[in-house]
Design a protein around this ligand. Structure first.
Ligand code: PLP
Length: 444
């Protein structure tokens, strides 16, 4: 096993890290339900659905069978041909997408879904070309998507791997409001400022947001925010584009986060949960005006693996599985339990500054001091490879059998939707112990 591990770490690049940090990754041999197992058959409870994508847990027979069947029947055919699985995936999507989004581009990742959106926006909106994104955001690793990204991963791509015309607006992050205001007296200044930006900048083609921010904080905006962004977009003749790569697929308790506010975007991008992570698929969904625009115009976009039959075979199967799972009532019930347990955790740990989220999508933000909200670490710390308090805690959790993703000052609690109340309790028990590491380092 050690030889195999060595071969991997010596000859492949670890993602988003200094390579020396990837010295001894866990060697995983199998996974079932909400657990994965290492070579010593030690189980780890998955509290983040891997990278917030394994929404249906591991070992789903329906999805695996659909993939195997497609592998035998027709694993690949070029994008220009049609076949049964392409029809099935399209029909299944039409049944769950927000109203008005009725033409799709299939790719193989979230970043590609966003790259496709970028091209569509810029051709459709030309000569307008500017795009408003936000600092607390991640949209993917390729040039266009990393340019849209607000977090530190963009810093390393600048200036060459970066497209011009992206500007950053304020976050809807009430816990640390950029304007120093408080909801609701703030009158949603974070949305109003975007209106100001559009009018002052000129040439703005789109507002591009994660409706519930994922990695960068599980930030659920105030209820007025997205409806107001919709108005602002309409008043200014700008597109509203939502990245639901992470927030889609019942992560927030709805097919898509936008459904919570009944707001229809012009373009929606998604990936991750659309197959429950059983195969890699990205989807860019557009409204009918965009569809019509391209009827007589050249769509200058495509991939060899666009609409890859083997990959998209998992889409209709996953959609069926989401429907069945949600109908059992488990998802709703467990999300309430999770919410209650996380708030309870906050009463026991001084280091928890904020607990926020929706559905199966939560952040635990830690601070050195609850009153001043001083963070243990910053974005710059993460970029400069400084050891982080959240890293220390999540490493300790892993030793105790709990896998949880952390960012520079928060943890992402996003378990598979198949998790039970007892399994939530099991994870909370570990968090209860390991958060003491930060409690002991609180400052007066
Ligand atoms: C909101 C959001 N958009 C885009 C991406 C990029 O997706 P992928 O890693 O599949 O390219 C991610 C990945 O975490 C994401 O969270």
């Amino acid at each position: 096993m050690n030889d195999l591990r060595k071969s991997i770490v010596n000859h492949t690049y670890g993602t988003w890290r200094a390579q020396r940090e990837w010295e001894k990754p866990l060697y995983i041999t199998k996974a079932e339900g909400v657990y994965f197992f290492d070579e010593a058959n030690r189980g780890y409870l998955d509290f983040s659905s891997q990278l917030m994508c394994s929404n249906l847990g591991f070992g789903n027979k329906m999805i695996v069978d659909a993939i195997c069947k497609q592998a035998k029947k027709l694993p690949y055919i070029a994008p220009g041909f049609v076949c049964e699985v392409k029809a099935k995936a399209t029909e299944a999507l039409l049944g769950v997408m927000p109203q008005g989004l009725d033409k799709f581009f299939f790719s193989t990742s979230g970043t590609e879904a966003n790259e496709a959106a970028l091209k569509l926006i810029r051709q459709y909106m030309a000569p307008k070309y500017k795009i408003i994104s936000r600092y607390r955001s991640y949209h993917g690793a390729t040039s266009g998507s990393i340019a849209l990204t607000g977090d530190h991963r963009r810093w390393f791509a600048e200036p060459v791997n970066k497209i011009p015309g992206v500007i950053f607006g304020p976050d809807a992050y009430c816990y640390r409001c950029s304007f120093g205001l408080e909801y609701p007296e703030c009158n949603i200044q974070c949305a109003e400022y975007i209106d100001y930006m559009i009018k002052e900048e000129g040439n703005v083609a789109a507002i591009f947001v994660e409706p519930v921010v994922g990695t960068n904080g599980i930030i659920v905006p105030p209820k007025e925010y997205l409806p107001r962004l919709r108005n602002i977009a309409d008043e200014n003749g700008v597109l509203l584009v939502v990245d639901e790569v992470m927030s889609g697929w019942y992560r927030t308790g709805e097919w898509f986060a936008m459904n919570h506010w009944n707001v229809q975007p012009d373009i929606l991008t998604t990936a991750k949960g659309c197959t429950g992570a059983y195969t890699p698929v990205g989807i860019t969904a557009t409204k009918s005006e965009i569809k019509e625009y391209f009827e007589e115009r050249f769509l200058s976009h495509g991939h060899t693996y666009a609409m890859h039959p083997l990959a998209i075979a998992a889409v209709p199967a996953a959609i069926e599985e989401y429907k069945k799972l949600v109908a059992t009532g488990l998802v709703k019930r467990v999300s309430e339990h999770l919410k209650m347990r996380l708030h309870e955790l906050m009463t026991r740990h001084e280091c928890i500054g904020d607990v926020r989220g929706i559905g199966h999508f939560w952040a635990i933000e830690i601070v050195k001091n609850r009153k001043t909200k001083e963070p243990f670490n910053t974005k710059a710390d993460k970029a400069s490879l400084k050891p982080l308090m959240v890293g220390k805690i999540s490493n300790e959790a892993l030793k105790q059998g709990l896998y949880i993703v952390s960012w520079y000052n928060h943890f992402i609690v996003a378990p598979p939707l198949t998790i039970s109340e007892d399994q939530i309790d099991e994870g909370i028990e570990v968090l209860d112990k390991v958060l003491e590491i930060a409690d002991e380092k609180m400052e007066e």
